[in-house]
Design a protein around this ligand. Sequence first.
Ligand code: DC
Length: 220
Amino acid sequence: MQLAPVITIDGPSGSGKSVLSRALAKYLTWFNLESGVIYRLFACVFIKKNPIFSKKNLLSLLEDFNNYFNYNDGIICNFNTKDFTQYDLMSQKVTDISSKLATITYVRSNLLIKQRLFRRKPGLIANGRDMGTTVFPDAIIKFFLNAKLKYRALRRMCELQKKGFNVNFNNILLQMQKRDFRDINRIDSPLKTAKNAIVIDSSNMNVTEVLKVAMSHIKI
Ligand code: DC
């Protein structure tokens, strides 16, 4: 059986992955996987149920985490996010804890299985840190989206302000630097450019321009 095609978009936070991912999924009428949301959702469950970083506890929470996915004929359809709002998912605490949980190998291997179940026909756009390197190494096109730290922090600040958060630019920049460090230096599936990836620097580009460049590489 032929697997559904996948296009991956990796890059650091605030590089514009989610916006590009949604736009491409809409353009191709493919499914969209926002893998960061899985890590954030798991962080929410961790904080709510038992915030202890022991292996025993985390393995038990990972099992419990299965209940947050709706299965339909063995295929994951949707997150069951009624317990947590967009506001919860984007809070500073969840941002920080998800980044820490993402450095733990057995957490990553467990969440990797869930992410692969999102692969469905006609195709999947998957964005995150390790989509092209680890989760979908056979992706037909791999993008690596990047931007200068200052621009990424600015974008994140606007995004959080729109969602009702009271944020400070310098704090965001500092937190982003810390997360970048963790993402790039973790042992398991660190953030890096996949072999053959198309690198796009979005520092001086708006959403439409990024989308245009990405679409120019898609011949489907
Ligand atoms: O993309 P995001 O900021 O919503 O992701 C939240 C955290 O999850 C981020 O700090 C790193 C982690 N993450 C990861 O390690 N691998 C992914 N594929 C996606 C996210």
